[in-house]
Design a protein around this ligand. Structure first.
Ligand code: NAD
Length: 345
């Protein structure tokens, strides 16, 4: 059994806890958070809890720590975990600043622990199937990818503040698309063009959000192929993750969130259909196993195996990949701000 401690107690902490339990290979020994701790520990049968994550990190028996706290805290928690000799899974984005992400990687290297980057899309079964079909040569050479994550607005107040989030919908949502297209292509992004809404009163819809509520980036890879990545908070109807892959001999289209095999018509509504859906009345398409279809279950299982078998995480899931995704994100912001193409490297 791999012994795990979780920092955080709400949305993503719950996703990690469920996924750990589904591996059957993990003992959840402790959790740390500043709220919701008792409820969280009761739900996931975690015996030890403390408000201060540094207290939790003193336990010698913890091998792996999940970092499920607001973005601006990733650096502090990851570095403290690395310095206490624990392997770390860090939620996206790796950090709110590129320099912080580099410091986190240095801390992991210095302390000889694994820093793993939780990009769940790379383990979404539909996206992995698309990749294997593509690798067979079914659509020829990949020329252009489109990938977006959109929804009506974040559930967390911290996500509305630039200081805590690092930006708006681009860093918080589209970073999934960026991590995904980079892994799918297996190539580096060398150039970006970005456009984002201006934040606050210059947003399209959410004038109370400091960061942008809409953003796109056009990425050029080293082989001259292109990708369009998008994140926005102006999409009604719940989480909408869509990927399209255009090859020289074919096309693949993936609807990760809205394309359930279930259709439900309800006059009164019911408790839950899909993440961030505003309502469940009328016709809806509820997710069947959202944690699995979005990749969380297989992602965590992969990380647990990396620790248990002392393996490196697969491409796309290493701390270095989190850094690259953040560099591309920041180049998109720079491009939007300066109105020009930004070269990377
Ligand atoms: N991979 C995904 O699809 C996905 C989905 C949601 C969130 N996330 C990421 O997970 C992270 C957390 O987001 P969330 O939606 O779970 O946020 P949340 O608001 O639901 O929960 C934040 C948690 O952080 C804890 N916390 C805050 N300050 C703390 C501190 N000083 N010490 C210990 N705990 C502290 C809070 O108690 C709370 O449990 C973010 O980085 C977010 O980007 C990833």
């Amino acid at each position: 059994m791999v012994r795990v401690g979780i920092v955080g107690s709400r949305f993503s902490a719950g996703l990690h806890a469920q996924a750990y339990q589904r591996t059957g290979k993990v003992e959840l020994v402790a959790a740390s958070a500043i709220d919701n701790l008792n409820e969280f520990c009761r739900k996931y049968r975690i015996a030890d809890s403390c408000r201060d994550f540094r207290e939790m990190l003193k336990r010698d028996d913890i091998e792996l720590v999940s970092v499920c706290v607001p973005n601006f805290l990733h650096k502090e928690v990851v570095i403290a975990a690395a310095e206490s000799g624990k392997h770390v899974i860090c939620e996206k984005p790796l950090a709110t600043r590129v320099e912080d992400a580099r410091e986190m990687l240095r801390a992991a290297r210095k302390n000889r622990v694994k820093l793993m980057y939780a990009e769940d899309w790379i383990f979404a079964p539909a996206l992995r199937r698309a990749k294997s079909i593509c690798d067979e040569g079914a659509i020829g050479q990949v020329l252009y990818l489109k990938a977006k994550e959109t929804h009506p607005g974040s559930h967390s107040l911290y996500a509305q503040k630039i200081e805590y989030c690092g930006g708006g919908a681009m860093i918080h949502l589209a970073i999934h698309s960026i991590g995904f297209v980079r892994w799918f292509k297996g190539k580096e992004v060398v150039e970006v063009v970005g456009k984002v809404s201006g934040g606050a009163r210059d947003n399209l819809k959410h004038h109370n959000f400091e960061g942008e509520d809409w953003g796109v980036g056009i990425l050029t890879f080293e082989d001259k192929s292109q990708a369009l990545v998008e994140g926005n908070y102006i999409t009604c109807g719940g989480l909408d993750d869509v990927v399209e892959i255009y090859g020289s001999k074919g096309v693949i289209k993936i609807d990760l969130t809205q394309g359930s095999p279930l259709s439900v018509y309800s006059l009164d509504g019911y408790s839950y259909a899909i993440e961030k859906a505003e309502m469940t009345k009328g016709w809806t398409k509820p997710a069947v196993d959202e944690e699995a279809s979005l990749g969380y279950i297989d992602e965590i299982a992969h990380f647990v195996d990396c620790v248990a078998e002392d393996k490196e995480p697969q491409p796309g899931m290493r701390g270095e990949d989190g850094l690259k995704a953040l560099e591309v994100t920041m180049a998109i912001y720079k491009s939007a701000q300066e109105g020009r193409t930004i070269k990377i490297r």
